[in-house]
Design a protein around this ligand. Structure first.
Ligand code: AMP
Length: 550
């Protein structure tokens, strides 16, 4: 039995309690990596280049400007912007002064943008040139925004502004001092706000604290995580409006990594040019963006000269994509899993020492998993009775997590989001004896056929390993006898041809017979959410009658 030592006889701890603050990241970057570059492709079309020292000066000018404008601690300051240096300055100025950076996803429907901005009670909206028409259209529905700031210089301001109190970013900060004493905030005070994509119901806000952000910065950048160093050059393709670009705008200055922002140009040609020009060593993004880049380099028979690793998450990385990166380009794919509620990083798939000695195929079977939890996140899987399941790589159940950067309660909600201290992720997964987690499905996407579960992700991955297939989605469609049966929807690669019978033949021997999709539909494109995930709800609606109509 554990002996409980009375408080009076415990030694008092002798360590400092320095609050974990976002402002300390930028200050550290100035002290130790002040000359490291931040390069941005701007909406204006050109390339902008400066250092962390310059970024800090401008962030301080912006903090002074915001203060002069009446922004106080706790106020919400929204952005609708691509990855770029002005967005980076806003991240640090707003959170650093004690206000809250609220990044809004511009790919959401205008009604959702209005809902989110009103729910957050945003006071100022900073936006990129690209989004001027969007902001003008949605502005009449925004009830709390008093000031609009266009993230550009004077020459790009509209001649006849339609927005009330529209300011120009460069004028907004001009004349303000490049010195600012970052306040010594409570580390538990809120720093930034992201809403979930809300594929069902209204989006929910996750309000990160300074402490959770700094802890995530340490945890996510551990050597078996992103592992960025002062030798690295990172180009985050994942947008700064998608869970703070997975925390990379904090990791890079904290660890002295050069940062390359792609701005609005996410097409294969523009990305490739920037990767080569800036000597990018590492990148991060969802599978759909890599489809475009890989397609471009394949068609033009190109190779990368410095690109070594890419972190892929947000949706399952198709094994065919993993092979193309690794076998053709020699680029290591680091599969990762996370969610808005986890700031976002939960797991990263890097092989352990002994696993690197396995055969290439055995290594590959591990790499397609979502990986081990980073230190700071605990995971468990539970069955329908709520009991924990074994970590044997076979049992699958609902994935629960807990840790210092996991959401406990959604913004403005009164009820806890937790069950017995754990956050239910809504994902269904296995965990093996080495701690590697593998997602089999989102719980609402699982296909239930005759009382048994079929993994849609596994069927999609197989379809995408066919050379003619560009993208695939598998959904459960109502079936008179089996409740649900899998329907496979396929987008072919340009100029490829394939019949349904050929594709089903391709599945033969690779899956249990009863997992075989009942039909294949070839489509021109598949719908995606604002963060690049397959929008299965829409597909389920569209194909609801598919089997009954046959
Ligand atoms: P979001 O909050 O928009 O980032 O979405 C989080 C959800 O994306 C997770 O709960 C998963 O369902 C899914 N997801 C994220 N990463 C992966 C991955 N590597 N493999 C499969 N699903 C993923």
């Amino acid at each position: 039995m554990t002996t409980i030592v009375p408080v009076s006889s415990r030694l008092s701890a002798s360590m400092m309690h320095n609050p974990l603050l976002i402002s300390s990241i930028l200050e550290h970057a100035v002290r130790c990596h002040g000359d490291i570059e931040v390069v941005s492709r701007r909406c204006e079309g050109d390339i902008h280049r400066y250092t962390y020292t310059d970024a800090a000066k401008r962030a301080k000018q912006l903090a002074n400007a915001l203060k002069a404008h009446g922004v106080v601690e706790g106020a919400r300051v929204a952005t609708l912007a691509w990855n770029g240096y002005r967005h980076f300055e806003i991240y640090y100025a707003v959170s650093g002064m004690g206000a809250i950076t609220h990044t809004i996803n511009p790919r959401l429907f205008p009604e959702q943008i209005a809902y989110i901005a009103n729910h957050a009670e945003d006071e100022i909206l900073f936006f990129d040139l690209t989004f001027l028409p969007l902001v003008e259209a949605v502005a009449p529905k925004l009830s709390s925004i008093k000031t609009y700031v266009l993230m550009a210089d004077k020459t790009h301001m509209p001649a006849a502004p339609k927005l009330p109190n529209l300011q120009c970013y460069e004028d907004f900060i001009a004349g303000h001092a490049a010195e600012f004493d970052w306040p010594a905030l409570d580390e538990n005070s809120p720093a930034s706000l992201c809403y979930t994509s809300g594929t069902t119901g209204n989006p929910k806000g996750v309000l990160y604290t300074h402490r959770s952000t700094v802890l995530h910065t340490y945890g996510a950048n551990a050597p078996d995580g992103f592992g960025l160093t002062s030798d690295s050059v990172l180009l985050p393709v994942v947008p700064m409006f998608h869970v703070n670009a997975w925390g990379t705008p904090y990791m890079c200055p904290a660890f002295g990594c050069k940062l390359v922002f792609p701005g609005p140009a996410m097409d294969g040609a523009s990305l490739y040019q920037l990767f080569e020009q800036e000597g990018v060593t590492l990148s991060a993004g969802v599978p759909t963006v890599w489809l475009g880049l890989l397609n471009y380099v394949r068609t033009n028979n190109l190779r990368f000269s410095t690109f070594k690793e890419t972190v892929i998450g947000g949706s399952a990385c198709p094994p065919a994509m993993l092979r193309e990166f690794e076998e053709i380009h020699g680029i290591t794919v680091v599969h990762a899993w996370g969610m808005t509620e986890l700031s976002p990083l939960g797991t990263v798939c890097r092989l352990k020492r002994a696993q690197k000695l396995l055969s290439p195929e055995a290594q590959f079977a591990i790499k397609v998993k979502q990986g081990r939890s980073v230190f700071g996140v605990d995971m468990k899987i539970v069955g329908s009775d709520g009991k924990a399941l074994p970590h044997d790589g076979k049992a699958f159940g609902d994935l629960y997590v807990r840790g210092g950067w996991v959401c406990a309660q959604y913004y403005k909600e009164t009820e806890s989001a937790l069950i017995d201290g754990w956050f239910p992720t809504g994902d269904v997964a296995t965990i093996d004896t080495d701690g590697f987690m593998q997602i089999t499905d989102r719980s609402k996407d699982v296909i239930k056929s005759g009382g048994e579960w079929i993994s849609s992700i596994e069927l999609e991955n197989l379809a995408m390993s066919h050379p003619a297939v560009m993208e695939a989605a598998v959904i459960g469609v109502a079936h008179a006898k089996w409740d649900e049966r899998p329907l496979l929807l396929v987008v072919l690669k340009p100029d490829a041809s394939l019949t349904a019978a050929d594709l089903l033949q391709f599945y033969e021997g690779k899956i249990a017979k009863w997992w075989m999709p009942d039909d294949v539909v070839f489509v021109a494109a598949l719908p995606h959410t604002a963060t690049g995930k397959l929008l299965k709800m829409k597909l389920r609606d569209e194909y609801r009658e598919h089997f009954s109509a046959q």
